[in-house]
Design a binder for this molecule. Sequence first.
Ligand code: ATP
Ligand code: MG
Length: 260
Amino acid sequence: MIRLAGVSRTFTGRSGTVEALRGIDLDVAEGEFVAVVGRSGCGKSTLLRLIAGLLPVTEGEITVAGERITKARRDIAMLFQRPALLPWRSVLDNVLLPVEIFGWRRAAYSARAQELLDMVGLGGFEKRLPHELSGGMQQRVSLCRSLIGDPRVMLMDEPFSALDALTREELSVELQRVHMESSATIVFVTHSIDEAVLLADRVVVLSPRPGRIRKVVDIDIPRPRSLGRNAHLEQVARCSADLHELLMERDAPAPAGERG
Ligand SMILES: Nc1ncnc2c1ncn2[C@@H]1O[C@H](COP(=O)(O)OP(=O)(O)OP(=O)(O)O)[C@@H](O)[C@H]1O
Ligand SMILES: [Mg+2]
């Protein structure tokens, strides 16, 4: 569904050149949930913006559903770390914003908007303005907005990182459900190993400067998953430990004799 071949991105500014990503090869299958982890500055957001068509590649090629990405597409939704709602529009009108932008029939989407708001626990808040909601509630509105067009691809850049742990977990479980029901292809950037193990089929570990794929880890834990007590504690612990080790690893590997 998503294919990156030899993708590099360099930023050139007054203060010099930053090689944000180098030689990224990645295939994400239709319906797959891929998490991307890595230290701050290793190019995670850049990777998502490239896939979304918000930023051109310096080298290489990105295709989604076989088509080369040159600009933003309607069937690709992007969810950012901050809610980015329009302050003068009600909750419902914010959710319906893409419907207006793309000139779809509002009547056809109103019921779906309501259903999504109910799903994330915001039934009854339709007429409120964003400033009347907490940060977590605003982010849930953004989630509904990104789902309204039933996107084939969802790109999510640390969407839950500003939320408290419980809300975060709740929304992760919700997102899993959405994913299982809609079979959308999802690329999800996170700083949290727990979140990656909870959500992803595969976890891409990026190494910094320049951002490169260090490893792709398969998470073969049955769904639905939860962070609470479950039957797969051992597997969860093993995957988390592997990822932790990969993230902590030094960038230049030590000489063979010095390693474990
Ligand atoms: N528009 C830009 N202009 C210049 N440099 C940029 C730009 N966007 C990103 N960079 C640089 O590219 C590198 C990767 O940035 P990016 O935002 O993709 O990292 P990240 O992994 O998302 O970090 P974080 O975890 O902190 O969000 C950084 O060194 C950053 O300074
Ligand atoms: Mg980022």
